[in-house]
Design a protein around this ligand. Structure first.
Ligand code: ZN
Length: 115
């Protein structure tokens, strides 16, 4: 489960930012996770709960924003944004082309407690 190692690096990064900003604790971590990033949000949440205990984020909450992936249809040109991979156009049945987005995996926002 590579979500564990992803969460380890996320927490390390979050702690680094928090220390640099003079924070004593992290209250909220927001991640952007693309629909085709290969990461399972539920597994990230699980890893977060396990790993946060020894960090500045021990009482933090995790918010995961799912970023949809864009598809365009080569026949009818309809474009859609989905949270899952789909191969056929819902309008005409033609094969969809991956239009971009959805591969994001990033720390988007951090809330700190300063005392
Ligand atoms: Zn179509």
């Amino acid at each position: 489960m590579h979500e564990i190692s992803i969460m380890q690096s996320t927490l390390q990064l979050a702690e680094k930012y928090a220390r640099e900003a003079g924070g004593t604790a992290i209250s909220r971590i927001c991640l952007r996770v693309g629909a085709v990033s290969g990461v399972v949000p539920e597994a990230l949440e699980f890893a977060f709960d396990v790993l946060k205990k020894e960090t500045l984020a021990k009482s933090a909450s995790l918010h995961i924003e799912r970023v949809p992936v864009e598809f365009t249809c080569s026949r009818c040109r309809s474009s859609l944004r989905l949270n899952e991979i789909r191969f056929d156009c819902p309008d005409c049945g033609e094969l969809l082309t991956l239009g971009g987005g959805g591969a994001e995996l990033e720390l988007s926002h951090l809330e700190l407690i300063q005392s």
